[in-house]
Design a protein. Structure first.
Length: 230
């Protein structure tokens, strides 16, 4: 256990901070994913074909492309795109995007594609009478969504969102290619330094399992809260 000691003699503190980084990226990516899901879900449910096309293009492409490729596109293509825009305004210096931002946005977009499908299915599972009753009562669409549809959608979506969260949490291991020191990257560094890859990669697996277990317990409580009365 000396390898996991805190301080100069072990890698415990480095792995602890790497775990916090993994949690930070996962939570940030999940919120970004919710933003994309709330943006594209109405497009997929819209009665206009052009809006449907945009929503379907997003979910089909992102879910059909390997997650690592999406991260590469953002990591290597993001700086190029920003530098191109900057050159239009006369700035020609090299611009590098922060690895945390790159990873969180890339994984958030991936998470958003899956969350969009979850939200779409949840809304379509709500009894149509709810929409008709709101219309008859003269409730405007904004209030209808946030007071009637959203609470019921969350109740139906939370079980499937738990799967999206697990995907998001595990996808953070892919952003080690950007140089961001999270669990997988730190395990790689420690394994190379000590020449004991089996130990550190096994411990990384334990950390991911622990994070998954704790998060599932929290999600189950959240699901029970939103399912009161059913």
């Amino acid at each position: 256990m000396e390898l996991l000691a805190f301080g100069k003699t072990g890698w415990g503190d480095e792995l602890f901070y790497a775990t916090l980084m993994t949690i930070a990226v996962s939570v940030t990516a999940m919120f970004i994913g919710f933003f994309f899901a709330l943006t594209f879900t109405p497009l997929k449910l819209s009665k206009y074909k052009f809006l449907n096309l945009i929503g379907n293009f997003y979910t089909t492409v992102i879910r059909g492309v390997p997650e690592l490729l999406v991260i590469y596109l953002f990591f290597f293509g993001g700086s190029g795109a920003i530098m191109y825009v900057a050159s239009i305004f006369g700035y020609y210096e090299y611009i590098e995007i922060n690895a945390f931002i790159t990873g969180a946005v890339a994984i958030g977009i991936i998470s958003g594609a899956y969350s969009t499908e979850v939200f779409r299915g949840a809304i379509q599972s709500i009894d149509k009478g709810q929409f008709e009753a709101a219309k008859v009562l003269g409730v405007n669409k904004f209030v209808q969504f946030y007071k009637i549809i959203l609470p019921q959608m969350l109740r139906l979506a939370i079980p499937n969102l738990s799967n999206v969260w697990q995907i998001t949490l595990k996808d953070t291991s892919l952003i080690s290619v950007t140089g961001l020191v999270e669990i997988m990257r730190q395990s790689y560094i420690a394994a190379g330094s000590t020449r004991d890859p089996l130990f550190f990669y096994s411990f990384a697996a334990v950390l991911y399992l622990l994070l998954t277990y704790v998060s599932m317990k929290l999600i189950n409580k959240l699901e029970a809260r939103y399912s009161r009365g059913y």
